[in-house]
Design a protein around this ligand. Structure first.
Ligand code: AKG
Ligand code: FE2
Length: 340
């Protein structure tokens, strides 16, 4: 069992506050999750890249990316620094990271563009989520320098990591844009690296893991999301065959998810994959997500959806979270067939 420093946990995650066992959840978990042995592994430099990637996006909504070119030393250093920062007392984290470009959050991944938690209407399905994180605006990261050596090193590492992720997202999007026959203007505006952000997560240990989700079931609002996870595991995806699958860690690979924006651009040919994160009784888990979006004013035009911009979509999601407590997502933008 890894040792925990409970002072660093948000108070609601400390052992005195054990979530109640959710019997439905416990049953779902024990019955359904199987290891996803056959998630496609794609190497950017292979000849089959376009057809393999296209097939993975259509059938899975995700793939594992090999030969990504991010040095293992960089990944290890970020993980090591993240662990050090997360293990600071909770109050210190709140005070150090109270504003952009690196802000601290916990209990929900739903944040405003400036990185603070969106106040949500409580609802049965969406309770407290067992995680904490640093939200990192990549475009603002180079504008600030920290006096503290640990923070400044972390900032520099994230800046370097962000550059790698922008490179990967651009390369992957070019391949997919050609598969979808997007024109040059769309290819340029429908993925804007200036919108890129990172989320560095820690999922604390949970005494009653059947009582909470690290992150509850959702789809990402992004064009693409690229996840690096440590060796603990916990990510699950919902397959085309309606099964929850464990996306076990596979060394030297990243996980690429299709987000809602790419599903709309592709007229539903690609799937924005449903996924969630389990928590662990014995181990804390670290993951790093990169999320990239279209340019704010780029109009996404397709057959199945009314024309909309990412700014419209984000405003709708925030409105839904505040009023009904859940994200309705793309459904709100779909043309409805009128039966006369
Ligand atoms: O931590 C992970 O593996 C996934 C995180 C995630 O799904 C998200 O941030 O949207
Ligand atoms: Fe996600």
């Amino acid at each position: 069992m890894s040792k925990s420093n409970f002072e660093s946990y948000p108070p609601l995650f400390r052992p005195a506050n054990i979530p109640r066992l959710d019997r439905d959840k416990a049953e779902t978990l024990s019955k359904l999750a199987v290891e996803a042995a056959n998630i496609p592994v794609i190497s950017i430099d292979l000849q089959c890249t376009t057809s393999c990637m296209s097939e993975a996006c259509r059938n899975w909504g995700l793939f594992r990316l090999a030969n990504h070119g991010i040095p293992i030393t960089l990944l290890n250093q970020i993980e090591e620094h993240a662990k050090k920062l997360f293990s600071l007392p909770y109050e210190t984290k709140k005070a150090f990271f109270s504003s952009s470009p690196i802000s601290y959050f916990w209990g929900t991944p739903a944040l405003t563009p400036s990185g603070s938690a969106i106040p949500q209407k409580p609802n049965n399905q969406q309770s407290l989520q067992w995680m904490e994180g640093f939200n990192v605006s990549l475009s603002q990261l180079s504008h600030l320098h920290y006096q503290d050596v640990l923070l400044e090193t972390f900032r520099c590492l994230l800046e370097e990591y962000g550059k790698h992720q922008s490179r990967l997202a651009t390369t992957i999007f070019k391949v997919l844009a050609s598969d979808l026959n997007l024109g040059p203007l769309q290819t340029q505006s429908h993925l804007s690296v200036a919108t890129g952000l990172l989320r560095v997560y820690r999922y604390p240990r949970c005494h009653e893991p059947e009582g909470a989700w690290g992150i509850d079931v959702h789809t990402d609002s992004s064009v693409l999301s690229i996840i690096h996870q440590d060796e603990v595991g916990g990510l699950q995806v919902y397959s085309k065959d309606h099964q929850w699958l464990d996306v076990n860690p596979l060394p030297n690979t990243l996980i690429v998810n299709i987000g809602d924006m790419l599903q709309a651009m592709s007229d539903d040919k690609y799937m924005s994959v449903k996924h969630r994160v389990k928590v662990n009784k014995h181990k804390e888990r670290i993951s790093i997500g990169y999320f990239v979006f279209p340019a704010e004013d780029a109009i996404i035009q397709s057959t199945n959806y009314k024309p909309f911009t990412y700014a419209d979509f984000r405003a709708q999601v925030q409105h839904d979270l505040k009023t009904v407590g859940i994200k309705t997502g793309l459904q709100k933008f779909k043309f409805t067939t009128q039966i006369s």
